[in-house]
Design a protein around this ligand. Structure first.
Ligand code: CS2
Length: 478
């Protein structure tokens, strides 16, 4: 039997949805119906317990996720894996799963008060060094020319345009991707889009307080789901769930208190609503995401498959710890009530969770967009204080080796998933040339880092050693 409303009768009562699916009305439109949203914001919203905030999930790329969910009455389960322990719950918060055109129309519904987004870092089509819209991107250009919108920002603007035309009232748009100042960034991209499209009316409607763009810090490790996760879910549920997801027990959500209208009482589910989200965001991006990237590039070169496998190699775990302690932590102001040492130890334990098979390739993808949010701000801060960010530079050098050689240390080919992959590949080039050409990508490194002699020397030294000795030996000798 497959998971459905009817099949809930055989699901253990403790795993059934918190709100009966029949009681929900749509109050949120979510753009990007991926695993992360379903294991994070959807559960917070369910735990907040207000039936006025069911979620219309909008697919951004293929309809596959929507079809999978529709075939089981929009129900899916979330496994929480912690070493030997596993628990499960079925989430029933989705009220609809639709494609982009229908999603745009739903943004115009007056009952919808919130739009959330998880469209990945490159999905916003911005230049990561400046945060400006890439107006020359062919999809952005097509959206600006007025075709059916293809990009998330184009679709969001179309939804806001429809909302204004319908007189549907104010709405809050929450960016839930791993971006520095995501609210400011997305608000800026929407404004730039409207300016380029000469939509003065929409711009002033947005400027009049009808749309708020709070920033938020989201945290939960959600690996791409596997067959083993689906099998474990079936064992615990007693029915088959082809949309099952696995995640860790930990979750955190901090949202800037800047709403245009109504919102779910997310604080009831443990979310923090605060006037200043920046310290949380900086801590999470530089510590968790930063060390993730360091481990992913070194681990990929060492031929490892998952983050937990990388953490099980003492030399890589030590390189990660040094990045956290020596480079990232000194750049942070701890958020209220947060002990950075305890946060770091909990983080290292989360990354070592052997039950979570988090593919290194997933973390290593899209480095040209991720490094500027994670490692480069740490490097800038340390250089500005006259310090040498050695371990952050090791992470960047490992990325350089990964994207330029396209091979692990044992020669196994690696697939580099990055929109700029073709420009990053330079098989056979020597360390100096690789550093020179990659640092020259000012849309990633900015003018400042390109010209920094200390960073250039650190990168050349690390890259020379990574090339000659491999990732494990380089991390070991430090
Ligand atoms: C990861 C994140 O894939 C990645 O790049 O660093 O998705 C990470 O797992 C989440 O941000 C955890 O909150």
């Amino acid at each position: 039997m497959r998971l459905s409303r009817l099949a809930l009768a055989v699901v253990p009562p403790s795993a059934r949805p918190g709100i009966g699916p029949g009681e929900l009305r749509t109050g949120i439109v979510h753009l990007g119906l991926g695993a992360f949203h379903r294991a994070h914001q959807a559960l917070y919203t369910e735990d907040a317990g207000d039936p006025a905030y069911g979620v219309c999930g909008v697919t951004m790329r293929s309809m596959a996720a929507a079809e999978l969910l529709r075939a089981q009455d929009l129900l899916y389960s979330v496994l929480e894996l912690d070493g030997q322990d596993a628990s499960i719950r079925v989430c029933g918060m989705l009220t609809e799963a639709v494609g982009p055109q229908e999603g745009i129309a739903r943004i115009a519904d007056p009952a919808v008060r919130v739009v959330t987004t998880t469209v990945t870092e490159p999905g916003y089509r911005h230049d990561p060094a400046t945060g400006r819209l890439r107006a020359g991107d062919p999809d952005v250009a097509a959206d600006l020319a007025g075709g059916p919108p293809r990009t998330p920002v184009g679709r969001l603007v179309a939804g806001l345009r429809a909302r204004r035309a319908a007189g549907a009232g104010p709405v809050t748009v929450i960016c839930c991707d791993n971006l520095v100042g995501g609210g400011r960034l997305l608000g800026g991209l929407v404004t730039e889009f409207c300016e380029l499209a000469r939509e003065e009316g929409l711009l002033s409607w947005i400027g009049d307080g009808n749309v708020a763009f709070p920033s938020s810090m989201v945290d939960r490790i959600v690996p791409a789901p596997t067959g083993a996760d689906r099998a474990a879910a079936a064992r615990l549920l007693g029915v088959e769930d082809r949309a099952a997801l696995a995640t860790e027990p930990f979750r955190q959500w901090v949202i800037e208190d800047r709403f245009a209208g109504g919102r779910p009482p997310w604080e009831r589910a443990g979310a923090v609503i605060t006037p200043d989200v920046e310290p949380y965001e900086t801590m999470k991006l530089r510590l968790l995401n930063g060390v993730h990237s360091v481990l992913a590039y070194l681990g990929a070169l060492a031929g490892l498959g998952t983050v937990a496998e990388a953490m099980a190699r003492p030399e890589l775990a030590e390189a990660g710890r040094r990045y956290l302690e020596l480079d990232a932590a000194p750049t942070l102001v701890p958020p209220p009530g947060t002990d950075l040492d305890a946060y770091r130890e909990q983080l290292l334990a989360r990354l070592s969770n052997p039950a979570l098979r988090h593919p290194i390739a997933q973390v290593a993808a899209d480095g040209t967009h991720k490094l500027p949010q994670r490692l480069l701000p740490v490097i800038r801060d340390r250089l500005a204080r006259g310090a040498e960010p050695r371990w952050a530079a090791l992470g960047v050098a490992a990325w350089m080796r990964y994207v330029s050689a396209g091979r692990a240390d044992d020669g196994t080919p690696l697939t580099v998933a990055d929109a700029m992959a073709a420009r990053l590949a330079m098989p056979g080039a020597g360390p100096r040339e690789v550093v020179d050409r990659l640092l020259g990508l000012t849309e990633v490194f900015g003018e400042d880092l390109r010209q920094d002699g200390t960073l250039r020397t650190l990168l050349s030294d690390w890259l020379t050693r990574l090339t000659a000795d491999g990732a494990l030996a380089t991390a070991r000798t430090g």
